[in-house]
Design a protein around this ligand. Sequence first.
Ligand code: CUK
Ligand code: CUA
Length: 655
Amino acid sequence: MNPMQTCRSVRVLALLSVAALVACGGRNAAQAGSGGSGTDVLALMQARNLTEADVTAALKTYTPTGHLDEYYTFASGGHGGNLIVIGVPSMRILKYVGVFTPEPWQGFGYGDESGEVLAQGNRGGVELTWADMHHPALSETDGDYDGKWIFVNDKCNPRVAVVDLSDFMTKQIVSSELIASEHGATFVTPNTDYIVETSQYPAPLGGGYAPIEQWNDKYRGAMIFWHFDKVKGRIVPEESWAMELPPYVQDLADAGKKVSDGWVFCNSVDTERAYGGILEGKPPLESGATQNDMDYLHCINWRKAEALVKAGKTNTIAGMRVIPLQTMIDENILAFIPEPKSPHGVDITPDGAMLVVGGKLDTHTTVYDIPKIAGMIAAKKYVGKDPYGVPILDFKESIVGQCEIGLGPLHTVFDDKGFAYTSVFIETVVAKWSLKDLKVVQKIDTHFNIGHLVAAEGDTVSPDGKYLIAMNKWSLDRFSPVGPLLPQNFQLIDIGGEKMELLYDMPLPLGEPHYAQMVKADKIKPIDVYKPIGMNPYTEAVDVNATTAGKERIERRDDGVHVFMTSVRSHFSPDIVRVKVGDTVHLHVTNVEQARDATHGLAIGGQNINVSLEPGKHCNIKFVVKKEGVFPFYCTEFCSALHIEMAGYLLVEPK
Ligand code: CUK
Ligand code: CUA
């Protein structure tokens, strides 16, 4: 077989390898116009101005119809207050899960019980309809994703939500008035006993006012341990607790695993305790907060803290049991270690033995030795105290070393081969470095200003390697211009080989996602339909008001008009509902379908009612009719040929 024939057969074999094509060089190019199926690729490459690397990337990401993705990525929706579900490697968006923000397609927040879930997130009597979502965390068993729930936070109005991955619905929102903002959330302990939420900007604990000049005495930080009940799938606020922290600006946190199980680590910035005051003759917060060369890494023994809570050594603030700072010190639960100026990410290695801190104004990542730290804390080998009496460990004694990484390291994730990947913001690269010798092996440009990065199972005890997504803040020229507000740019990077390779740019136009979780697809096992018919997703049981075909009815009761309705292709029954002005209408709707994807939607004009009725689902809608009129209702999902005919009337008669 001559080289030319070899070349041709490679092409004919479904273009197995573009590398092989290109290796054949000019001969292929010369044949490009000469006909034959194999030559089309080269012609296409030329016509679209694609390089060999481009085509390789396409082959690694293109997912033909009917093929499923290998991973799910759950990205925070940033300002959108929702969770974005993305398939990897295709980077196809699969779903937006409404969490803190009403979401019309899912009918989330438009009349049924979902409104009660959203209302759980209101604070201080204020209705909140957005959030600044930063850090999703998948539930874990033994430090590995178990694919059952995902927890998300709101930085602006400190809240934590539980999203159930059996139906990808938000089931609970909790919030404590103990703190006024947060950031180090959500991070789970290795068996999802607790979901950690740490305050960011100090304020008086439990709310209320104190002059900002009394910052040092009256303002505080806190870390909340929300207890999660894995049988019920809900956070139990009564079994949750917190600890008081000094008024430093606590930043990100991470829970220990394996050898460091039982510990949680948290960064802080502004150990100077500056609070701004530009018009009052003080330096702006950002310059006041960057005077010290070092800030404090908080090392917290949460297991010991949990025992103290059980022993009742707490105060109650805003309904939350709180371990006082002095008790934390007396019981040797909290210790500090200096960390490079204005740190950001704090990420524990898969074996649980090391901790990587990125200093935003530093050129290193700093690697701490956790077993050594735990030993020094147990032996009280302290070298000083902060102004509140918190003991401090020696920096040099606590670290393994530092990696010369470039300007502005933020976050670090890991692979299965002993490498760490750090986002370097100012240099706008991903740096791959070895945990063995703390040496950089490769940098890859990102476009542009990378924030977090996420790797396949990259913060579990057993990362997969394979894929990494750079979550970039700026996209500049990467996409067709859409006015001054540009999308974010998610860049998929292949980390399976020796060298990182950029595969795909994906615009994200719905808020600024911060962190994400990437999990093997076979760990996620959602239901196809709600079963048995009449399931209420919020109680996870057949609803007492569920209706079956033939049992539809309208009943006038003391508390209003109850309509027991079914939906099926292509009608609602009843389809005429007669009420009077001032009536409270209770619509109990069961979608009696069991065919996959046979979803109906029920929208009622003039009432702001819009629900999604997936097969088998039951929902209870409640509203008051305020004025007389004729209000058509109809199905909002193109469910069948007679979908337009799937309609009815709400007739509101005068009193
Ligand atoms: S933070 Cu956004 S880039 Cu909230 Cu995790 Cu670092
Ligand atoms: Cu049901 Cu359209």
